[in-house]
Design a protein around this ligand. Sequence first.
Ligand code: C2E
Ligand code: CA
Ligand code: CA
Length: 331
Amino acid sequence: MIMAARDERGASGPRAVVPTDEFRGAMDRGDVVLHYQPQVELRPMAVTGAEALIRWQHPTSGMLPPDEFLPALAHSLLMPTVTDWVVLTAARAAADWGELSVAVNISAADASRHGLVEAVRSALETTGLPAHRLILEVTEHALVGDLDGATRNLGRLADDGVRVSLDDFGTGYSSLLYLRELPINEIKIDRVFTMGIGTNRDDDAIVAGLVKLGHAIGVRVVAEGVETVEQLSVLASLDCDAAQGFLFGRAAERLVLPSLPAPTSGAGAIPHRRRRGEAVATEGAATVIRQLLAEGASLHTIAARLNQDGVRTAQGSRWVGATVGRALSQL
Ligand code: C2E
Ligand code: CA
Ligand code: CA
């Protein structure tokens, strides 16, 4: 499948095997695409935007996720071209999204590189996307190399109104130093912590602490990898600002807006175990919902499956994501 090519730096060692030629060809042919995964604000519940995630539609190997090709490209001279393409493509897509924002991932070497600021400005100008609707996600690992350079680049873009998010928060080194040095608007709690919510008391405590830390320094806190309504309920009770994960939908070629529980005031905006009311799910529906939830299905997918199987709510109506959310809170 992926052919070896020479490292453009001509370096020797394991990193000399970089599929840059093949990847460049794939970009030219339109085989490299972005998929978009929705991000949801929790109070009141509303989609605020999406994260752009790169994929390679490989002619023989099928749709490749980034982990299968980005590590090989990360240190090649092609990486800046890839990032510039990602920023431009995502900005072009988001220009049609009304008020929604788009988040793009900036690779380690890119955060501090010469030319990043100009490329981002040019993408905004070409597409007409207002700066405040672009979020640059940088990982802590991305900052280890050249913190001064990254601080300079991100500071200039922040002055333009572009937002900066510290990705995979909690997994790198010296997180707190980055919080102090960089113009950060948001932290994204890594999904290793989200995964343990409700089952691992340490993770509950870590997430609670990260939310408090974020709010104490005035940044928004987003939890990634949210897969269950239980995780969502805990995050909402901890005052986490926003969430992203399979519960709301996987990344897709076009931004698919998830159906959300109907907005109400306060904690009722989130499906919650303690919420009372007329039962929405019959015994049969409840069994299907539990089973699909265990398989990791989103509210939207569960609703679609129930409708497809001819199962109706206890009130006799078709299912939407919001009624599945309400049913869950009553299980
Ligand atoms: P990331 O920035 O942490 O992106 C989130 C990853 O978690 C995505 O994987 C996404 O599909 C996955 N994910 C989202 N929700 C859930 C969930 O509920 N459960 C689980 N188990 N996973 C979930 P993906 O698309 O394979 O991306 C992997 C990583 O590749 C990204 O991690 C990011 O670091 C990198 N990446 C993706 N696109 C780009 C890009 O355009 N440029 C750069 N430099 N890096 C990118
Ligand atoms: Ca990210
Ligand atoms: Ca992440």
